[in-house]
Ligand binder design. Structure first.
Ligand code: ADP
Length: 482
């Protein structure tokens, strides 16, 4: 019998047939292999002794329950007020609070304990994202010897920024307890290897893996994508985009969660600069969809007011009775509607200051009519820019450069638009989520699991034989060490 798959991610989809690229890919992998999807229960409540059955049909869905205190410390606190800003080069926004790190470790330890009750020795475990960095270490502590893979959906932090963590050396150790660490881009892999190279506990092996004490971990890039065909179909099936009188001659679009990493004020200013310097050609509007996110985190509270202020200023300056240059929708919009809006836009502004990949860039390309495609204006700091080199790449901090790219996108000849779109579409196909999940899981299956020694022998190897024997203690050693 082939190995079951255990997926851990912050959210588990509640619907039987989920939508959204990543979720669909994991759903398909779980359907194929059978297994369990583990995630946070959508509601907080008193601590539970075991994972809660969420009633999956083709595979099991189990949830861990967070208390209100856990949610504040682990999710809003350490994950989103420490790790997120560190990964997105905003150490100025990090909130240091002892209860955050304690909560993060406490929740990961509890999840590991509850997972250990439901996994079998042959299962392959795939853990997703920054909410769970220490989970493999906690599982190993409990004697779990399974193959464990980790995929990070956000940028790998700069190593100097890691020093802002309350316990910087723990970070490399957490990662070293995985068999395979997957990152979005080659640049992320380079940063991760730089961290290990600088760490006296790590040794770079000839096969490219890292030996870290008794652990051995491989680090590779697996650029994530979307379900290209289904997104393209959704875009085609949509009602035609709204009448032009609402938007001027054309519109450019932005679709983002409202987050400081997305570069929205800079984008609005760049659009203002485009309007300032507009003389001939199509006069476009900017449609920006940005639903609120993480509103209880302090750093997110000021962005909305800032954006509304800039949009109001630009509209006041350039608007006409029947035309507002910036339409800022601060609410979620149904996915199908987004697909149609992306298809109708002459250009997309995907200009984050830092972004692991940015799936909207790929969705915009997939949504286009290949015979008459729009143009993607893409930040160099989005992971997507590593492969989508035929987009118009910009430095989002440079308002003039972005304004020039907007003008260039709106006036680009059809032949060039088609050629650039075809090149970007190749990347979208090559990184389709189905292939992405298969490639990660194949690599995980190919990892030679370290021979893990548990119990008293582990203590002896660790040089801790004088300490009281803990039957649950374990460590692993690589074959070379044996
Ligand atoms: P992040 O994961 O940082 O939010 P991505 O661009 O990688 O950024 O992924 C965002 C996903 O959420 C995309 O699939 C996008 O279509 C979707 N999305 C973004 N904004 C909205 C919105 N306003 N309404 C619905 N879905 C959205």
């Amino acid at each position: 019998m082939s190995a079951r798959l255990i997926v851990v991610s912050n959210r588990i989809p509640s619907e039987a047939t989920p939508s959204g690229g990543l979720v669909v890919a994991l759903h398909e992998a779980l359907r194929e292999k059978g297994g369990i999807w583990i995630g946070a229960h959508p509601e907080t409540g008193p601590e539970e002794p075991a994972l809660i059955d969420m009633g999956g049909t083709q595979y099991d869905k189990l949830a861990f329950r967070l208390t209100e205190e856990d949610r504040a410390a682990y999710y809003l606190g350490f994950a989103n007020s420490v790790l997120w800003p560190i990964a997105h080069h905003r150490t100025d926004l990090v909130e240091i609070n002892r209860s955050f790190d304690e909560g993060y470790l406490r929740v990961n330890r509890r999840i590991a304990e509850q997972m250990a009750e439901v996994i079998s020795p042959e299962d392959h475990i795939w853990i997703h994202d920054y909410h769970f960095f220490p989970l493999a270490e906690e599982l190993r502590r409990l004697g779990v010897t399974n193959r464990i893979g980790f995929f990070l959906h956000i940028p790998f932090p700069n190593i100097t920024d890691l020093d802002v963590l309350p316990d910087p050396p723990a970070f490399a150790r957490w990662l070293a307890h995985y068999d395979l660490v997957g990152l979005q881009t080659r640049a992320d892999v380079a940063r991760c290897l730089e961290m290990f190279r600088a760490d006296p506990r790590a040794e770079m092996l000839p096969n490219g893996a890292i030996k870290f004490g008794a652990q051995e971990v491989s680090v590779r890039s697996f650029p994530i994508g979307i379900s290209a065909e289904s997104f393209a179909r959704a875009a085609q099936d949509c009602a035609p985009p709204p009448a032009h009188e609402l938007f001027g001659d054309a519109y450019v679009i932005g679709v983002d969660r409202l987050d400081y990493s997305k570069g929205l004020p800079q984008r609005f200013r760049a659009f203002e600069r485009y309007l300032e310097t507009y003389d001939t050609g199509p006069r476009a509007s900017l449609v920006q969809i940005a639903p609120p996110s993480r509103e209880s985190v302090r750093a997110y509270q000021e962005i909305t007011a800032d954006l509304q202020q800039i949009a109001g200023q630009v509209n006041g300056r350039f608007g006409e009775v029947h035309w507002a240059p910036i339409r800022f929708l601060h609410r979620p919009v149904p996915r199908e509607e987004i697909a149609g809006l992306l298809r109708g836009a002459r250009a997309a502004l995907v200009t984050p200051l830092a972004d692991g990949m940015n799936l909207v860039a790929k969705e915009y390309v997939a949504a286009q009519d290949p015979d008459d495609p729009g143009v993607l204006v893409l930040s160099r700091f989005a992971g997507a820019a590593e492969d989508m080199t035929e987009a118009l790449l910009v430095n989002p901090h440079d308002v003039d450069e972005t304004a020039t790219a907007i003008r260039r996108a709106l006036t680009m000849p059809l032949k060039e638009r088609r050629a650039r779109h075809a090149a970007c579409m190749e990347v979208v196909h090559a990184t389709d989520t189905g292939a992405w999940a298969r490639s990660f899981l194949d690599q995980l299956a190919a990892c030679t699991p370290a021979l893990r020694i548990t119990g008293r022998a582990a203590e002896w190897l660790r040089g801790e034989e004088g300490r009281e024997f803990d039957p649950g203690a374990h460590r692993s050693i690589s074959k070379e060490e044996v």
